[in-house]
Ligand binder design. Structure first.
Ligand code: ADP
Ligand code: ZN
Length: 627
């Protein structure tokens, strides 16, 4: 194992170690800290009020993190001489030093708060010397060295000591022969369109600016794994012919405190030097998770630091500097809200699992390099692979080619393709256990229930589209389209709408004999409509022309007059009767048209997405209303 890389790495470690040692030793002599005698100690509340009145100078807030575990904010402020405060250590009317001890758990919140106050406040993290004692320093250094050594053995080659100081992988698209462009991305046209603007900007920043375009600093690509987020980011860089820096949030998982942050800083420094460019952060959720303050488990502090550093870097440059940060995640709901603030990742692009058409395109694209037998029908493969991501499809074709080689075939035929599909599907189902055949059938019935009722009832909006392609956390969806601009809704509309909502659960129950959580959204919606009808619109028979505050809400301000307990009971009863009426009606209608329901569900399993017209044709149900 004595390749060149190994040797180079060894050198890298040694110089690293040396630098670290020297730095530690020097730092341990120059012991700085906010503890110095003449600074004014204040609380965070006092500090923020000073900040608000513009008395903190310079507008840079240092966070000093000392070894003892205590953290301080420190800097200078303008001491005013108008009151008795003057004697608390500051020089009157002039500058004085302040220090604010921080409570460990509340640190992150305060930092956010400071940043959101904007006004040029920059937060810098400073670690002051780790220990004043050289002995300890050497011990620490030794440990550091040991860990580095371990990690370099573990990660090897390019992982830890790959690129310059930052160790991010950089791809110079101008030099790279295998330049990725939009032509290599298929089946996610909407996402492609949405990022087009970024390419324009990177290509001609000046022209873009002259025309008054506003470019986002950060773009968040959201979508399930393997849908081509990395590919898309690379293609943006490729199209614009700019360098592409890549780093993954999960790389930080094995980092210890401080290293992640400094690595982040180095990468941004490098990126700024080479702007315009793209910085791609994969799996950002692993560093950008919601900070809970109670995250006392080891490592959470390190993430927080890494995340903070990234935010500081992003806040620190202007969107005109030409560094565009693209981050990818499949769990946007776990992200810390600080990430999504304006000026950070305020642009989100959804990258969904490909539709049937999308899968055809992806298969065609990746199939270009493969020799197929005449009976190989990629469109049929596309139909048989709902829920597959782009990566799954690429994998399928690759698998098929391998199998064909093993069977000594001249070309990849249909049978091999199907075998490959099953193999990928099996592996995938085992991995995610997400979307089984059973789920698919159940979803098809559920959505068919909604869709059929949408057509059967008189007053609902026309059916637009029904799909069993999972998106977000929903397994499927039925969409209706209001035909005209609706100014007011009628009572009959609400009644029908409630019936349609119930259809999912009813159909599901007819099919499986059981009920599931899949209808949670529907249930919430039905309840809301019923509540509004009774309490807001005076649409129930029992009450006169009056509104009620929503039951079981205790706020008394700005609401219509309170009502008696007796009335509350009547409201509850009224809501219940509306809901159960809708449910019973859905049951009756679907029972009556069970054959249509079954036919629609079967067709959905095959086609997975149908538009309103297709459904009407299949069921022989005409459009309810003209004009
Ligand atoms: P993600 O970053 O969303 O997890 P990747 O971009 O890493 O997905 O995709 C992995 C591979 O799968 C890509 O390199 C490409 O070969 C293939 N792939 C995924 N999505 C697409 C797509 N939309 N078009 C073409 N190829 C795709
Ligand atoms: Zn539903």
């Amino acid at each position: 194992m004595e390749n060149k890389k190994g040797v180079k790495n060894g050198g890298g470690i040694r110089s690293w170690f040396l630098i670290a040692m020297i730095a530690l030793v020097v730092l341990s002599f120059v012991r700085t800290g906010p503890g110095g005698g003449d600074s004014v100690e204040m609380t965070t509340v006092e500090f923020t009020s000073l900040l608000d009145s513009g008395r903190i100078i310079p507008p840079v807030v240092r966070v000093i993190d000392r070894d003892g575990g205590s953290t301080w904010l420190a800097g200078e402020f303008v001491a005013v001489d108008d009151s008795a405060d003057g004697d608390d250590g500051g020089k009157k009317g002039g500058k004085a030093k302040y220090r604010v001890p921080l409570v460990p758990g509340e640190n992150a919140k305060l930092m956010d708060d400071l940043r959101s106050r904007g006004a040029g406040v920059r937060v810098e993290e400073r670690r002051s010397p780790i220990s004043p004692f050289i002995v300890q320093t050497i011990l620490y250094g030794g440990m550091l060295f040991f860990v580095f050594w371990l990690m370099s053995r573990k990660v090897g080659g390019d992982g830890m000591f790959g690129f310059g100081k930052s160790r991010a992988k950089v791809l110079d698209t101008r030099e790279d022969k295998r330049n990725v462009t939009f032509a290599d991305v298929a089946g996610i046209d909407e996402a492609k369109e949405e990022v087009q603007e970024i390419v324009e900007f990177l290509k001609k920043p000046d022209a873009f600016r002259r025309l008054g375009g506003r470019i986002p600093k950060g773009v968040l690509l959201v979508g399930p794994p393997g849908t081509g987020k990395t590919l898309l980011a690379k293609a943006i860089a490729g199209e614009a012919q700019v360098p592409f820096f890549a780093i993954s949030g999960s790389d930080f998982e094995e980092m210890f405190v401080g290293v992640g942050a400094s690595r982040m800083r180095d990468m941004f420094a490098e990126a700024k030097k080479r702007s315009p460019c793209i910085v791609f952060i994969d799996e950002i959720d692993s560093i950008g998770q919601k900070r809970t303050g109670a995250g006392a488990l080891g490592g959470s502090h390190a993430y927080e630091q890494t995340l903070n550093t990234m935010l500081v870097e992003m806040d620190g440059f202007d969107s005109n500097e030409g560094v565009i940060v693209i981050a990818a995640t499949n769990r946007p709901d776990t992200l810390d809200a600080a990430l999504l603030r304006p000026g950070r990742f305020d642009r989100q692009v959804i990258v969904e699992l490909p539709t049937l058409k999308g899968r055809e395109d992806i298969l065609a694209l990746h199939g270009k390099k493969i020799k197929f037998a005449p009976d190989a029908d990629l469109k049929r493969v596309a139909r048989g692979t709902p829920g597959f991501s782009g990566a799954d499809l690429a994998n399928l074709l690759n698998e098929a080619a391998l199998l064909a080689t093993r069977y000594n075939l001249e070309a990849v035929d249909m049978k091999t393709l199907e075998e490959a599909r099953d193999k990928v599907l099996w592996g995938r189902e085992r991995k995610s256990a997400g979307y089984s055949r059973n789920d698919r059938e159940k979803t098809a019935w559920h959505e068919a229930g909604h869709a059929l009722l949408q057509l059967l009832v008189e007053n609902a909006d026309p059916l637009h589209k029904v799909t069993i392609i999972p998106r977000g956390r929903a397994l499927g969806a039925t969409m209706s389209l209001p035909e005209k601009d609706i100014l007011g809704r009628t009572k009959s509309y609400f009644l029908d709408e409630m019936t349609v909502c119930c259809g999912g659960r009813v159909a599901e129950k007819m099919f499986t004999g059981d009920i599931s959580t899949g209808a949670a959204q529907d249930i919430a919606q039905v309840s809301q409509i019923a509540k509004d009808m009774v309490c807001k619109y005076a649409m129930s028979g029992d009450f006169g022309f009056q509104a009620f505050a929503e039951p079981n809400r205790f706020s008394t301000s700005d609401l219509p007059p309170a009502f008696s307990e007796e009335t509350a009971r009547r409201i509850d009863a009224e809501i219940t009767s509306l809901v159960s009426g809708a449910y019973a009606r859905a049951e009756a209608l679907l029972e009556e048209h069970k054959d249509k329901l079954a036919a629609l569900a079967a067709m959905l399993i095959e086609k997975e997405t149908m538009d309103g017209r297709e459904v009407e044709e299949l069921l022989g149900l005409g459009r309810k209303e003209e004009a």
